[in-house]
Design a protein around this ligand. Structure first.
Ligand SMILES: [Zn+2]
Length: 158
């Protein structure tokens, strides 16, 4: 178990469970959470409008372009699509208790003492949040591999 004291002196604990996820517990009374955007509806509308066009944006390009706000014209580049960007209300992408630490999907837990652990997702639990970590699909380790892992054998044989 690791302890983390934030800017306001609140103490959070981080505990690895048997599945190599990390339980993040403490006082989350003043906490901001972020839910991921869902671009499905907006991107489908874009594809439909631009049907037959030679230069279509990929979904990745679209995700970035749709949020672009032009400071000179004071408008979005694609106002018709930005309002179709939905929010996945039952998913958590970011957790930010007042005073920190700010944690987001894709971030590393190195600074909190879990070397090479990467945040894949968050689940709300009674005492805080369970941080679902990225794991090897073969040996289920969040950091490195078991000696018996097939990816490990491939690396040794190279
Ligand atoms: Zn592995």
């Amino acid at each position: 178990m690791r302890e983390y004291k934030n800017r306001y002196g609140d103490v959070f604990t981080f505990t690895e469970d048997e599945n190599h996820d990390v339980l993040w517990e403490g006082n989350f009374e003043y906490c901001r959470i972020g839910m991921p955007n869902d671009y499905t509806r907006a991107y489908e509308a874009y594809l439909k409008d631009k049907e037959g066009s030679q230069s279509l944006m990929t979904l990745t390009q679209f995700k970035s372009a749709v949020h672009h706000y032009d400071e000179e014209t004071l408008s979005y580049d694609y106002p018709e699509y930005i309002q179709m960007v939905d929010c996945l209300r039952d998913e958590i992408e970011m957790v930010d208790p007042s005073g920190g630490p700010y944690l987001n999907r894709g971030m590393s837990l190195d600074n909190l003492g879990f070397e090479k652990f990467i945040i894949q997702d968050f689940e709300k639990i009674d005492t805080g949040y369970k941080i679902i970590t990225e794991k090897c699909p073969y040996c289920n380790q969040a950091s490195g591999h078991k000696m018996s892992c097939s990816t490990q054998k491939i690396q040794i044989n190279l």
